[in-house]
Design a protein around this ligand. Structure first.
Ligand SMILES: Cc1cc2nc3c(=O)[nH]c(=O)nc-3n(C[C@H](O)[C@H](O)[C@H](O)COP(=O)(O)OP(=O)(O)OC[C@H]3O[C@@H](n4cnc5c(N)ncnc54)[C@H](O)[C@@H]3O)c2cc1C
Length: 465
């Protein structure tokens, strides 16, 4: 899809801020179906829509971490992505549904879905960042980095995840840092460089796969407080989804006990532990919302690291590649707390860290650091002008436990006094505190449907191409 010139800024039915997967899903829903389409603008600085951090990679070994059969962009059309893959690549349907395809392919799918819509011309892609939002009569005005602005009846915040910046005070001035989501910057690290990846989650896996390409001689150390890496998906899928009822009345500890008991009982019958989590997967939001604030805090303090590596699993082939790198000594995972990064006398950096449950500091030399330390979940700390400007205008309030921003159950953003602001919606990662389970496509497509239906009733139930 080609970017289009910024339009005259007035008269949109909706401006979607952010053109990653979530923004595109909203646009697809708004433009699907019969009748006159709404006028929609997506403000997104990137050249191509539908990419964002997850799907902008051009590396074929960066795979989706959800099987293709569950990645349909359209709520109510579960086979939509499979149809796309079958048209492009052929192959037995069953096999495609259970496979983990390249993430770049998913961006192509989103764009193809958007471009196939008869109402496609009602959408403009404005190549700019939003720098502010303010009320304008009965609608909203979005200020852009190009000094232009867009007026609309409704605005959808779809700005997704932002990487957590490294605390600069820990780093010496000459340190060489690549951001894990800047895949080409990671690939450009010389083959003989020793690398320290800060973080051991999904972004570490992505970076290690790039760094682990054939011919590399440098060593890779991956450091995080717990040193826990994402676990692998199992083959197959459990036959029966579990109703969440037995879980909802329990506190965090009791839930974990029940989880372990069920996993052990099912393992005795040959069932992989992953299936127990799969059964709970559709109920993530209900599980979070049924915890009182104290129990939610307890989960965040004690269980979240363990939950994350079990819940956000990686494709078996990716897990195998990481295991091989570890077995061959090319990748080492360490649990420890980063203390400082100083200049090394022989060049490069000296990583000072205190291994978990030890008092003594350790040191390792690295030529490069890759920042894979995760996403910034608090709106106060998140880089970028937009949320700061919205805070100053009293348009946003931090979400529960400081996660994302406060919003109603249907995604209407609450102002600083916790009042809903009609016409101002949020989708995705910024709903973390309210929903917890909110960043993956199965949740995003539902949120997109609801928001589109609220903005332009009657179209969102209709089918897309
Ligand atoms: C590495 C990785 C792999 C993942 N794999 C999967 C997977 O396999 N399956 C799955 O379901 N989920 C996966 N996820 C979850 C993923 O977050 C979602 O699927 C989805 O990509 C989120 O899209 P988003 O549009 O909400 O956010 P993002 O992808 O973060 O996109 C946000 C967009 O907003 C733009 N933006 C930000 N600020 C502004 C501004 N001020 N003005 C204008 N535009 C702005 C950005 O440029 C960006 O394009 C993965 C996530 C990551 C990080």
């Amino acid at each position: 899809m080609t970017a289009r010139a910024p339009p005259a800024g007035d008269g949109f039915d909706a401006v979607v801020v952010g053109g990653g997967a979530a923004g595109v899903l909203v646009a697809i829903r708004l433009l699907s179906g019969d009748g006159p389409p709404p006028k929609v603008a997506i403000a997104e600085p990137a050249m191509r829509l539908g990419e964002g951090a997850a799907y902008s990679t051009r590396y074929p070994f960066h795979l989706l971490n959800v099987p293709a059969g569950r990645m349909s962009a359209i709520a109510g059309q579960p086979d939509h992505f499979l149809d796309f893959l079958e048209r492009r690549h052929g192959g037995p349907r069953e096999r495609i549904a259970g496979s983990f395809v390249a993430r770049g392919e998913y961006a192509r799918y989103l764009r193809a879905t958007l471009d196939a819509l008869p109402a496609r011309d009602a959408l403009v892609h404005v190549r700019a960042s939003a720098t502010g939002i303010e009320r304008d009569g009965d609608g909203w005005r979005v200020a852009l980095s190009t000094s232009q602005s867009l007026r609309a009846r409704a605005v959808v915040l779809a700005i997704g995840n932002a990487p957590r910046p490294l605390p600069r005070f820990l780093l010496h001035p000459g340190v060489r840092v690549a951001e894990a989501w800047d895949y080409d910057a990671v690939a450009a690290i010389p083959a003989d460089a020793d690398v320290c990846i800060l973080g051991t989650g999904l972004s570490m896996v992505d970076a290690a796969l790039v760094l682990g390409r054939a011919g590399r001689r440098g060593r890779i150390l991956a450091l995080s407080r717990h040193g826990l890496a994402p676990l692998s998906h199992a083959a197959g899928h459990p036959p029966d989804p579990a109703p969440p009822d037995p879980w909802l009345a329990l506190g965090v500890r009791a839930r974990l006990r029940l989880l372990r008991r069920l996993v052990a009982a099912r393992a005795a019958k040959g069932e992989p532990w992953q299936w127990t989590l799969e059964r709970l997967r559709p109920h993530g939001q209900a599980l979070w919302r049924s915890l009182d604030p104290d129990q939610q805090r307890r989960f965040l303090r004690h269980a979240v690291r363990y939950w994350d590596i079990h819940r956000h699993r990686i494709a078996p082939e990716v897990a195998a590649a990481i295991a091989t790198m570890r077995d061959e000594g090319r990748l080492e995972l360490v649990a420890g707390r980063l203390r400082a990064v100083t200049a090394h006398p022989e060049g490069g950096s000296c990583i000072h860290f205190r291994p978990r449950r030890q008092q003594r500091e350790h040191m390792r030399r690295a030529d490069w650091i890759v920042n894979a330390s995760g996403v910034e979940t608090g709106i106060e700390l998140r880089p970028g002008a937009l949320l700061q400007a919205m805070r100053e205008r009293g348009l946003v309030l931090p979400g529960r436990h400081g996660l994302g921003l406060a919003c109603s159950a249907d995604g209407i953003v609450l102002d600083a006094r916790a009042r809903p602001q009609p016409g101002l919606y949020v989708i995705g990662a910024l709903r973390l505190g309210e929903l917890w389970e909110t960043i993956a496509v199965p949740e995003l497509r539902e949120q997109a449907r609801e928001i589109a239906e609220a903005i332009h009733p009657g179209r969102a139930g209709a089918s897309a191409g």
